[in-house]
Design a protein around this ligand. Structure first.
Ligand SMILES: Nc1nc2c(c(=O)[nH]1)N[C@H]1C(S)=C(S)[C@@H](COP(=O)(O)OP(=O)(O)OC[C@H]3O[C@@H](n4cnc5c(=O)[nH]c(N)nc54)[C@H](O)[C@@H]3O)O[C@H]1N2
Ligand SMILES: Nc1nc2c(c(=O)[nH]1)N[C@H]1C(S)=C(S)[C@@H](COP(=O)(O)OP(=O)(O)OC[C@H]3O[C@@H](n4cnc5c(=O)[nH]c(N)nc54)[C@H](O)[C@@H]3O)O[C@H]1N2
Ligand code: SF4
Ligand SMILES: [Mo]
Length: 748
């Protein structure tokens, strides 16, 4: 790899390209130093508006996946398609755990698989369009579905949802936001009518008290965590951490409330109970800006701090103290993450949290706010672009005929041509993969065979698809099920924009030309769409663009949030939407006068336990999450230098639990749930609490999602990634999986 061969500090760059980090939603500015068409170093300017000269290890060192030999840069199709034969049955069971002493399996997926055939773009695109058109003509709109991509640009996502809506007339369009902040999004939509962060992350400096809950900020939004630390150490703010794990921020916190996973509603509701009983309510705010208070008050009666203590394990007195501290703050704010939304009652968890801001009026001013930290580099943007089953770009409901008319006009579609029917969500798309349901799926840059819960079930759904297109940079665990592979370019080989967690729309710029035959997503989509139009006999929407800015302008002409954004205006610094006009400066703080739905709405809540509580057979709660050095299913970070820093999966277990089971630090253990098992080494640590074990879900050879529960939140349809019941057994060294095992690469 290039980073190993040269000393980056001695090399003089041919050019330095300014762009945006492809990992997390913080959206740090990167400067890519390029020599001979290789990036050899990444820096960031001291005056970068988001990260002020700081980068985490992923932004600085995580880019070399671009040059990894496993990256696919040639279009691939299955041999049966070229030979005009029917699609063979899927024979193998591919999701078994390989043992260390098993036959070594070659690392290169293409060379080992005789059934993938390298081909030219024309062939791959024609086969893609032929098969999608064939299935659509036979089975109609309901057989078609697409996963958009929170790693790709706004322009890429806008076009892909447009292709499915305009050509296949379906709203079966979704992306990983469903597995992520869906609970928060539904709750925020119900309570305020908008789902983005209300304030920017750097306003943490204006807080005097802030709550961080269900967010392991130092590992997952490291640059925001730095700002939180500064807020505490340099500005005297008080931080309250509410999290079952002893995350790094606890060291800096005024209080840590270590709740049992899945008990957010009682803890937050008990805080609300205290705020009401001790008359710490901001009555002006409640009277003038909210509704539904009386009914909410009734439901609050039973949530005494003592009741919450019984359920959550957090001492009642600590709940009281935290409630008083937040309520009495001049500027209080809440930052939250997956520990709130990834539960089968994720919507209720987020509502219970939102109530705290309503009761105290800590929203609608600088330095306050409701701040769900968005995860992927462009999950905010992909959502803004309409990569969702209920919304066009700009969160315009698809079942509203007025919205439909606007997009019909923009896309040159006959009146009444677009579908008013709500689409299926990601989780539903796969569970509807059967005869009479979804037949063809197009996945741009997602990896459900690592990211969905209960992978043994997911695999069956994947096998039932009739035609799968994968557009990615690697043959990930899901692309292994694909019929066609379209090689896209990663962030460093394309132009466009990402929208970060602050709603800041920033430029993405190509540092060098695409490797091999790979092409930017937007160009691939246009080429598929043009071929589909000719096969379906349509001549509707616009599919030729000379550059991505034309795409953004087309979207902004209908979506007022982006109406005032041009590439020229964001040349140096991004703009924070809403930016309704070409001279508008952007909107860092939302809801200053009112909420998009008018008044903020309180909701009466009840406590609903997690779907699978521990019992004698499975006595531990498994919670899953992330590590600083790795990203999701690992396609990018495990194919980069970062994998050398953290090469294998570990399960975190508390010393008291380890003792009972005779487990020592570093011992192999088998972790088993009702749905599957993995073998990993144990890390014995007080970072996790008694009765709770933690596994990061980045490692395909010990995929945590083999264990997780696919129970869904009834409203948000988000799975319960944060709690299921498991048992832990001592295992042998020889039971450990071989990390070189190429899971699921084969097909027939
Ligand atoms: N390094 C790295 N950074 C990332 C990512 C990555 O894969 N790697 N992914 C990105 C993405 S897409 C996202 S969505 C974000 C996610 O960022 P986070 O939301 O920080 O994600 P998780 O690691 O899943 O951890 C959530 C936290 O919730 C806590 N938790 C678990 N159960 C509960 C509960 O019942 N109640 C409460 N209050 N807390 C609970 C966990 O202990 C953990 O500290 O990170 C982004 N950043
Ligand atoms: N157990 C458990 N499961 C979880 C979670 C959890 O906390 N616990 N968290 C959930 C969350 S919050 C999320 S967001 C999801 C994420 O789930 P996914 O989005 O399915 O996961 P990623 O691994 O990020 O997949 C991104 C893919 O995009 C590819 N890619 C990167 N850049 C580009 C590009 O420019 N173009 C194209 N075409 N492809 C590109 C990468 O190679 C990779 O294969 O997972 C969820 N799953
Ligand atoms: S904090 Fe996020 S955006 Fe910044 S360098 Fe790290 S991964 Fe990239
Ligand atoms: Mo996420």
């Amino acid at each position: 790899m290039v980073t190993e061969m040269i000393n980056p500090n001695r090399v003089v760059a041919d050019r330095v390209i300014s762009t945006t980090c492809p990992y997390c939603g913080v959206g740090c500015n990167l400067q890519l130093h390029v020599k001979d068409d290789f990036i050899f170093k990444v820096t960031t300017p001291f005056d970068s508006p988001v990260n002020h000269g700081n980068l985490c290890v992923k932004g600085r060192f995580g880019y070399d996946f671009i040059y990894h030999p496993k990256r696919v840069t040639t279009p691939l199709v299955r041999r049966y398609l070229l030979e005009g034969k029917p699609r063979p049955e899927i024979r193998e069971q591919r999701f078994e755990i390989s043992r260390k002493d098993a036959e070594p399996i070659s690392n290169h997926p293409i060379s080992t698989l005789s059934d993938w055939v390298e081909t030219d773009w024309d062939t791959a695109l024609n086969i893609t369009a032929d098969n999608l058109a064939r299935i659509y003509n036979r089975d109609g709109s309901d057989a078609m579905a697409v996963y958009c991509c929170a790693k790709a640009t706004n322009e890429d996502n806008y076009l892909l949802q447009k292709m499915y809506r305009a050509l296949f007339r379906t709203n079966n369009v979704d992306h990983c936001t469903r597995l992520c902040h869906a609970g928060s999004v539904v709750a925020l939509q119900q309570a305020v009518g908008s789902s983005a962060m209300s304030n920017t992350a750097s306003q943490v400096f204006m807080n005097d008290v802030f709550i961080v809950t269900g967010s392991n900020t130092s590992e997952n939004h490291p640059i925001i965590a730095l700002q939180m630390k500064d807020a505490v150490q340099k500005h005297g703010a008080k931080m309250i951490v509410i999290d079952p794990r002893r995350i790094d921020l606890v060291d800096m916190a005024e209080m840590w409330l270590p709740l049992k996973p899945g008990t957010n509603v009682p803890v937050f509701s008990a805080m609300a109970h205290v705020i009401v009983k001790e008359d710490l309510v901001n009555w002006d705010f409640v009277r003038n800006r909210t509704e539904g208070f009386d009914e909410f008050l009734e439901s609050l009666e039973k949530f005494t701090p003592e009741y919450a203590e019984e359920l959550s394990g957090v001492p009642a007195e600590d709940i009281r103290k935290a409630a008083r501290m937040y309520a009495k703050a001049k500027n209080g704010a809440i930052y939250w993450g997956m520990g709130i939304s990834q539960l089968s009652h994720g919507t209720a968890s987020a509502l219970a949290l939102i109530h705290l801001a309503f009761l105290t009026g800590h929203v609608g001013r600088d330095g306050t706010g409701l701040n769900p930290l968005r995860g992927q580099n462009n999950v905010q943007g992909a959502s803004d672009m309409g990569s969702m089953p209920f919304h066009y770009p700009g969160y315009m409901r698809v079942d509203n005929p007025d919205n439909r008319a606007k997009w019909e006009k923009a896309w040159n579609i006959e009146e009444g041509g677009l579908s008013l029917k709500l689409g299926l969500t990601t989780t539903e798309i796969l569970s509807h993969a059967h005869e009479g349901g979804i037949r063809a799926l197009y996945i741009m840059g997602e990896n459900p065979m690592m990211s969905e819960p209960n992978l043994n079930e997911t695999r069956k759904h994947m096998e039932r698809l009739e035609f799968l297109v994968a557009q990615d940079i690697f043959i990930n665990e899901s692309a292994a099920f694909a019929d066609v592979f379209l090689p896209a370019t990663p962030f460093a080989e394309k132009d466009g924009t990402f929208s970060n967690t602050d709603r800041r729309v920033q430029r993405v710029r190509a540092a060098h030309k695409p490797r091999g035959m790979s092409r930017p997503d937007w160009q691939i989509i246009c080429d598929v769409a043009l071929r589909l139009e000719s096969r379906l006999g349509l001549d509707t929407a616009h599919w030729t663009y000379s550059n991505p800015e034309e795409i953004l302008r087309e979207m902004g002409s209908v979506n007022p949030d982006y109406a005032g954004i041009t590439y020229e205006r964001i040349e140096k610094e991004g703009l924070i939407y809403p930016v309704p006009t070409l001279d508008h400066p952007g909107t860092p703080t939302l809801f200053t006068e009112s909420f998009p739905r008018g008044r903020g709405k309180f909701h009466a809540l009840d406590y609903v336990p997690v779907r699978e509580e521990p019992d004698d057979e499975y006595p531990f709660i498994l919670t899953t999450g992330r590590l600083l050095e790795h990203w999701h299913g690992g396609s990018m970070t495990r194919n980069s230098a970062l994998n050398e820093i953290y090469p294998e999966a570990r399960v975190e277990i508390h010393p008291a639990d380890a003792d009972i089971h005779g487990i020592r630090n570093g011992n192999p253990v088998k972790v088993q749930s009702r749905r599957g098992e993995v073998v990993v080494r144990a890390t014995v640590t007080e970072k996790t609490t008694v009765g709770v074990v933690f596994i990061p879900w980045h490692f395909h050879e010990a995929a945590a999602n083999l264990l997780t529960n696919d129970a869904l939140d009834p409203q948000a349809k988000i799975p319960e990634f944060k709690a299921c019941a498991v048992q832990v057994f001592p295992a042998r060294e020889s039971d450990l999986p071989n990390p070189d095992f190429e899971l699921n690469r084969g097909r027939y």
